[in-house]
Design a protein around this ligand. Structure first.
Ligand code: ADE
Ligand code: ZN
Length: 320
């Protein structure tokens, strides 16, 4: 197992909800789950594409009702990430997924943020929070939620764009990204996970993002790959996620080593570790085994994660 000190930049906190915690929170909140036991739940973790995962991901979130639920989930992730060697994490949260279930914005934001605040003291891990917006819901709703987050002074450093990608291009969210930019927020977006390579170009040219989450479909367009290298656009890549959601045919055919070789800023991340078979150390371990990556290549991946992070210059210097 690799314990390279690194930053994790692509992590959905709701995707860290482990099956055991789902059962614990269901019991605490008096919720009857549609699974008899852990084995029956685990048997559902076979995905054919992004949507098949999202269906389970959103269904399981139903157990998150109180600030304490969000806090317990976040604490469990931080402990596991610290063991994996993560020293800085930028956590995404999906506020709309909770609002749609009647859970207040304050409940999810405060529950996650309060625990992130403790992580420097407890684990020596710096943290930041990114509010991700659901691209399969209307732009107007996203803009309203962002306005509410800003009005409540939510401790977010940036916004992201996630959920079902195909048919929901970045160009639909230009006003949201203008609003976030005007508020001084950092900008990231999932693009080119399942969607075509021109969604990556839209995210860069229309949303003006600082980073692309996934971005692996850039492989379909050599000119785009050259641009990503030239402009050093960070791609936060999630190998186990791509395999489990069948965004790549196999780990062996994953483009990460090629992109690294071509000088792109690619980093290794876990996306939704409770669903995809591992945390960031597990992602590093399978990459190292599969591609026989040497120490210099592994160190470059870890360095890229720091360079691409939104940590302060001082914190970056500490992390290198
Ligand atoms: N939400 C959580 N994980 C996601 C992923 N891998 N792609 C899009 N939306 C997501
Ligand atoms: Zn993701």
């Amino acid at each position: 197992m690799s314990k390279l000190p690194c930053a994790e930049l692509h992590l959905h906190i709701e995707g860290t909800l482990e099956p055991e915690l789902i059962f614990d929170l269901a019991a605490r909140n008096g919720i009857e789950l549609p699974y008899a036991d852990l084995d029956e739940l685990r048997a559902r973790y076979e995905f054919t594409d992004l949507q098949s995962f999202l269906d389970l991901y959103y269904a399981n979130m139903d157990v998150l009702r109180t600030e304490a639920d969000f806090a317990d989930m976040t604490r469990a992730y931080l402990a596991r990430a610290a063991a994996a060697g993560v020293r800085h994490v930028e956590v995404m949260v999906d506020p709309q997924a909770h609002l749609a279930r009647g859970v207040a914005l304050e409940t999810c934001i405060q529950g996650v943020a309060a625990v992130l605040e403790t992580s420097e003291a407890e684990f020596g891990m710096s943290t930041a929070l990114i509010a991700a917006f659901l691209r399969d819901r209307p732009q107007e709703e996203a803009s309203r939620v962002l306005a509410d987050l800003l009005a409540m002074n939510a401790p977010i450093i940036g916004i992201g764009l996630d959920s079902a990608e195909l048919g929901n291009p970045p160009e639909n969210f230009v006003p949201l990204y203008e609003q976030a930019r005007a508020a001084g927020l950092k900008l990231v977006a999932h693009a080119g996970e399942e969607g075509p390579s021109h969604y990556i170009e839209q995210a860069l040219d229309l949303l003006l993002v600082d980073r692309i989450d996934h971005g692996i479909r850039c492989m379909d367009d050599p000119e785009l790959v050259a641009r990503l290298e030239r402009e050093q656009v960070p791609l936060t890549i999630c190998p186990l996620s791509n395999v489990r959601l069948q965004a790549v045919d196999s780990l062996e055919s994953h483009p990460l080593p090629l992109l690294l070789e071509q000088g792109l800023n690619v980093s290794v991340n876990s996306d939704d570790p409770a669903y995809f078979g591992g945390y960031v150390d597990d992602n590093f371990a399978v990459l190292r085994r599969t591609f026989d990556l040497n120490p210099a290549q592994l160190a470059r991946l870890a360095e890229n994660s720091v360079t691409a992070s939104f940590a302060s210059a001082q914190r970056k210097a500490e992390l290198f």
